[in-house]
Design a protein around this ligand. Structure first.
Ligand code: ZN
Length: 142
């Protein structure tokens, strides 16, 4: 088993399905300035294989974006080597960014100030989000 030093103060994003770690890394951590490790294909009783991300710094992670990509995720907060908080993500009811509106004429594609926001309509094997600007439905497959 690959050994990675524990973190003193930071965030551990655990129980990502194998393959989702890289997606989440690119979505949330590609510009981060703190030490970060992405562990892929770690053995897991629950999932068979899982991915883990550890970030050496505490901050508010976007729980909505995590919940969009993978509903299994737990976010652990470590302070002074102690687990102080453990949160499970949920399918986000509203979303800011993370997906693009399917309507090619939507203002969010042409106006930099129009940040795409969405409201969840249905979650049944796939997620259906309604654009708050043009009301077009965008589907996110799980
Ligand atoms: Zn739109």
């Amino acid at each position: 088993m690959l050994e990675v030093k524990g973190i003193e103060n930071g965030i551990v994003i655990d129980h990502m399905k194998a393959g989702n770690g890289l997606k989440i890394f690119n979505l949330l951590f590609s510009n981060i300035e703190h030490p970060v490790v992405l562990l892929m294909n770690v053995k897991s009783d629950q999932l068979g294989k899982k991915d883990i991300i550890k970030v050496e710094n505490t901050f508010d992670v976007d729980m909505n974006l995590l919940g969009l990509v993978d509903q299994n995720i737990t976010v652990n907060t470590i302070k002074d080597n102690m687990l102080v908080d453990k949160k499970k993500v949920e399918i986000p009811k509203t979303l800011t960014g993370g997906i693009k509106c399917q309507n090619p004429r939507c203002i969010t594609h042409s106006d930099d100030y129009a940040i795409p926001t969405f409201t969840l309509l249905k979650s049944n094997g796939k997620l259906e989000y309604e654009c708050n600007y043009c009301e077009e439905i965008t589907v996110y497959k799980l």
